[in-house]
Design a protein around this ligand. Structure first.
Ligand SMILES: CC(C)(COP(=O)(O)OP(=O)(O)OC[C@H]1O[C@@H](n2cnc3c(N)ncnc32)[C@H](O)[C@@H]1OP(=O)(O)O)[C@@H](O)C(=O)NCCC(=O)NCCS
Length: 178
């Protein structure tokens, strides 16, 4: 199924991101919300995972994304999705790892996120990266109404000075960021 890469998003990717967003969430972000993160929010970063398509040179398809903020000492993971056919390949893990590395480079020390209490896949993903449960926020989400679970990784760096896991997996490739 080919190789995939991670690159910063540009606003041209908005239609593809919106399409994935609407396929993955019961209460998706709107075009306006996504656009604001892509171009209007100075704290926001947006990474894309792209599948390199065989055949035509340079041909890629967007298969996932991660929006996150770096706010002083904190990385806030805001929105993460991978299309169904490309799941279980380590793409979400690689996106989060890249966000943590960008946060570290900007002097962030910890990372936080909220997720639906029923989202066992995402919970397992974050746990595998060292995040721990902090608290719940009752009836935080709508459509359907559900509690949020707050998780954090503090500190981002392990005692050995490295991130808790190595990035990447067979078939994946992280392209260096600016
Ligand atoms: C959650 C999501 C982003 C995971 O993407 P992914 O690329 O398939 O995840 P990865 O392949 O990087 O998985 C990394 C780890 O997460 C955990 N994990 C991922 N999917 C899982 C699942 N369905 N069940 C249990 N654990 C899962 C595993 O620990 C996995 O490691 P392993 O493969 O070595 O066991 C994807 O399922 C998705 O887009 N879901 C819909 C949107 C969503 O829920 N976003 C998160 C909002 S907080």
């Amino acid at each position: 199924m080919g190789e995939w890469i991670i690159e910063p998003a540009t606003v041209e990717a908005l239609p593809d991101i919106l399409h994935i967003e609407e396929a993955c969430f019961s209460a998706p972000w709107t075009r306006k919300m996504l656009e604001a993160e892509l171009s209007g929010n100075p704290f926001a970063h947006f990474l894309l995972a792209k599948q390199v398509l065989p055949g035509e040179a340079g041909s890629v398809s967007i298969v996932g994304y991660l929006c996150f903020w770096v706010v002083f000492e904190e990385v806030r993971l805001m929105n993460l999705a991978v299309i169904e056919t490309m799941r279980h390949k380590g793409i979400a893990r690689a996106l989060v790892m890249q966000a943590l590395e960008i946060g570290l480079a900007q002097a962030a020390r910890c990372a936080v996120l909220e997720l639906r209490a029923s989202n066992h896949a995402a919970h397992a993903l974050y746990q595998s990266l060292g995040f721990r449960d902090v608290t719940t926020r009752p009836t935080y989400y709508t459509n359907p109404i559900e509690d949020a679970l707050l998780m954090e990784l503090d500190p981002i760096v392990s005692e050995s000075g490295r991130l808790t896991q190595e990035v990447g997996r067979e078939g994946g490739h992280i392209r260096p960021l600016q």
